[in-house]
Structures are given as C-alpha cells and as structure tokens.
Ligand binder design. Structure first.
Ligand SMILES: C[S@@+](CC[C@H](N)C(=O)[O-])C[C@H]1O[C@@H](n2cnc3c(N)ncnc32)[C@H](O)[C@@H]1O
Length: 446
C-alpha cells in the first residue's frame, strides 16, 4: 500500500436516481457525522483508483482538523447508470454501506422537467431504475440501507432517520462550482421543503399533462414497484392524496395536509353565513384556507379575508418554502378572489401593530384565525394584539392547541393559548375546544 492509499478512509455510497435527494442525503450524513462528505468526485470508473482519486480531491477541501486523519468514512454518491457502469456495482462493492435512495419516478420526472434538464425523459429514468434493480439484486443484504425521499424531506422523517433534528447544513464547497447539484439553492440555504408525493403527483399531472397515462411512466413504475418490494418499502408506492379529505380544495395548489378545511362540514355548521364577513387570517401559507373560507363559509361577494404572512422560512412550519408565496397568489387567482383576499406580507407583530394604529381595523373583524408562528410567545402576542381588532360578538379561532414538536413547550402554541385564556376569560365564550380552540368575544368592552 502506498502512502496515498493509506489515508483513504472507508467508503459509503449513495445510489439513487438523479433528483432523488442524493446530495441531500450526503449532506445529512455529513451533518450527523456519519461520513465526511458527499459528492460525485469519483468520476473515474476504475474503482480502487477512482476512490483514491476522489479522496485526493475531497481532502484538501476539508477543514484542517479533519485532514490526514482516519475519522469517519467518506461518502460518495453514484447516479446509475450515467456515470458508473453496471449500476454502480464496482463502487458499491468497495463500500461498507450502500444507501439506496428511493423516490417515486413521477416525482423525479417532474423535478427534471421543472428544471428543464435534458434527462427529463422516460427512457433515461427507465435505464436508471433498471440499473438500480440489478444492483439491489446483487448487493449483499447487510450492506443495503433503503431510504425513502420523504424520510429526508419531512421533518419527522429526518428525526426518525437520524435520531436528531437537522435544520442546517455545513456544506463544503464543491470544487469551485457554485450551487453544485443544488440548483434550486434549497440545500445550501437549509430550506428543505417537504414534498409529499401527493404534491409532486398533482404538479406533475397539472404541469405536463396526463403523465400517468404514458407508456414510459407505466414501464418506470413497473420497475420501481419491483425495486421497493425487493427492499421491503412498499409504503413508498402509495400516492397519499389529500383530495379525498378535502375534495373542495382540489382546484388549488398546495399540501392540503392541515387546516380547518379538513373539517369543512363541521366549520360550515358552526360558521356559515350569507351576510358579508371580514376575516383576519394570521399565517396564510398557500392561501387554500382563505379561498375555501370564501368558497364555503362566507360566500357573500363583499366578504373579505385579510391575510398576514411573511413567506419566510419558519422553524415552526418547515413546509414554508420559496413556492409558498407563488402558490398563494396563484390560488387567489384560481379562486377568483383577487378582489376579496388581501395579503400583508410581513410578520404579524408588525402588521397587527400597523392595523391597530390605522383607521378602519379596530373592532372591525368578524372572524380572526390565529395560525402563524407556533411559538407560545408569538401565539400569545397574535391573540392579544388581534383581540383589539375583533368585533364584540366576533369569533377568534386558535389553531394547533394540541400541536407539539420537540421538547420545549415554549415552542408549542398551547402555553400561549392558555396564557391568553387566563387573562381574557371574562370576555370569552368557548365555541369549540379540541385541536382548534375557538372563542366568541362577548361583552361590550365597558
Ligand atoms: C400552519 S401555516 C398556516 C396554515 C394556514 N392558515 C392554513 O390553514 O392552511 C403557518 C403560517 O404562518 C406563517 N408565519 C410564521 N411566522 C409568522 C409570523 N410571525 N407572522 C405571520 N405569519 C407567520 C408561516 O409563514 C406559515 O405560512
């Protein structure tokens, strides 16, 4: 063994389709300290030589304290079969662990098409899937770890995969190429968005036609199905459409995974009225909620919904992403509510402060929906400030009373809502308890 080879730590390999999250997984492995780096530095197909060469590119980029030490393995990724012949078999043979990253072919295809990449063709995906299947059939059992894309991109999945929260990424520059394999800049900025298959599916179909009817799609799905069965991840086949829960939301873009409208009938029973209503919604997200209020609860053409949202990364709602703001405006257009929904782009504390001092807002709203930041102090602040804007007789609904994430209860809404209740009790009549805590403002303020 020569000197160069002695310094090469053991290898882990990520195998997956292009746009299936291979870079993200590599960075996550780096973040939790399970591997040094992820990239595609091998780029030389003779394995022993390729691994040594990869390390010679990677090592100088590492912080000085990590150079020259044995430390954790380094991690490389393999996109099959484009870069490594025979499905990455050679590199996988050299690796101590192979992460097989699985993402639904339709989602991959949509992503490639979105970026206008030349690989957005079914024959390309079919070739990659076939190579992956060959590799899985060959790979020794104990080596393979199957990971679903949603395991990486949902917050809960990340927690369960790595046993800890990973909210920022320490990226190393990749051989001087800006934004290397992170074309949307999502990984680099730490704004990993949740992409459920339902969203991918919906967008794929709406953006590029009836993809699911295509011959190529059917072939790709047949191989993908086989692949996930081989590694026991049949759960990755399900297209969990939310539409069955909220068919009224079908025409709007978005996750549709939360919100009062999943209980539309109940809310209709409680609040439907044909008279004009003024609503304030703190935390607008993609605007599905505001549109459905006008569609189903307050259909009078003079009803108005005033929304507040900064459309900035929100640690308590990691689903907020660059797309959210665009979806909001598109949904408002789809709903035909451009004259009825007004958006204030800012933090609630700023906008509410402005509304309090401005003419025309004080005691003016019939309905306030508090669903912005989930931190207890923010929820309390939103409740207290907007209480001044709510009419007597009006209703205030706090969302997420039972929402819990992490161990810090000051990071949950409940403390804020309880604090609000303890002080405003004389003016509160409980309309409904449970996950959403809803009060009517009673009395006259005297
Ligand atoms: C759970 S989502 C709202 C969902 C929406 N109300 C619905 O029912 O579909 C929370 C929203 O609050 C927004 N948000 C976070 N912090 C905020 C703040 N300080 N002021 C206003 N909105 C905030 C986020 O950007 C996110 O869009």
């Amino acid at each position: 063994m020569n000197e160069g080879e002695q310094k090469v730590p053991s290898l882990q390999v990520i195998v997956g389709l292009m746009r299936s999250g291979t870079s993200l997984l590599g960075h996550l492995l780096g973040e939790v300290g399970w591997a040094r780096y992820a990239g595609e530095s091998h780029a030389v197909f003779d394995v022993e030589e390729g691994v040594r060469k990869a390390w010679s590119i990677i090592e100088p980029e590492l912080p000085p304290e990590l150079q020259g030490s044995e430390g954790p393995p380094f991690c490389d990724k393999v996109l099959v079969p484009g870069q490594v012949p025979d499905g990455g078999r050679f590199l996988a043979g050299r690796a101590e662990r192979v992460y097989l990253l699985l993402r639904h072919p339709l989602a991959v295809w949509r992503s490639l098409r979105d970026l206008d990449w030349e690989w957005g063709r079914w024959d390309y995906l079919i070739g990659q899937l076939e190579a992956m299947r060959r590799m899985v059939a060959w790979c020794p059992k104990g080596k393979l770890v199957a990971v679903g894309y949603s395991d990486l991109t949902t917050r809960a999945g990340r927690l369960s995969l790595f046993g800890r929260d990973v909210s920022s990424y320490r990226l190393l520059p990749k051989t001087g190429v800006p934004n290397w394999d992170d074309p949307e800049g999502l990984i680099r900025t730490g704004t990993i968005r949740e992409m459920s298959l339902a969203v991918d599916y919906e967008r794929a179909v709406s953006q590029v036609g009836e993809a699911t009817g295509e011959e190529g799609f059917r072939k790709a799905m047949a191989i993908y199905r086989e692949l996930v069965m081989m590694v026991g991840r049949e759960d990755l086949l399900a297209v969990e459409s939310r539409e069955k829960d909220a068919p009224e939301a079908a025409k709007y873009l978005g996750l549709k995974k939360w919100g009062w409208y999943l209980r539309l009938d109940e809310w209709k029973r409680l609040f439907f009225t044909e008279v004009p209503v003024r609503v304030l919604e703190i935390g607008a997200f993609d605007g599905v909620s505001a549109n459905l209020m006008l569609d189903h609860l307050f259909p009078h053409p003079e009803s108005r919904v005033y929304c507040i949202d900064p459309f900035l990364p929100d640690p308590t709602t990691p689903e907020v992403c660059g797309q959210t703001r665009e979806d909001f405006y598109e949904n408002r257009r789809r709903g035909g509510h451009e004259n009825q929904i007004e958006i204030f782009e800012g933090l609630s504390v700023e906008v509410l402060g402005w509304m309090i001092s401005e003419e025309g807002y004080w005691n003016s709203f019939d309905f306030v929906y508090v669903d912005g930041s989930h931190r207890a102090r923010d929820v309390l602040t939103d409740g207290v400030m907007s209480w001044n804007l709510l009419k007597y007789g009006g209703v205030m609904a706090f969302d997420d009373y039972e929402w819990k994430r992490g161990d810090d209860e000051f990071g949950w809404p409940r403390r804020g809502i309880d604090a609000f209740e303890s002080v405003f009790r004389p003016e509160l009549r409980l309309v409904k308890g449970g996950y959403r805590r809803i009060w009517q403002k009673v009395g006259s303020g005297q």
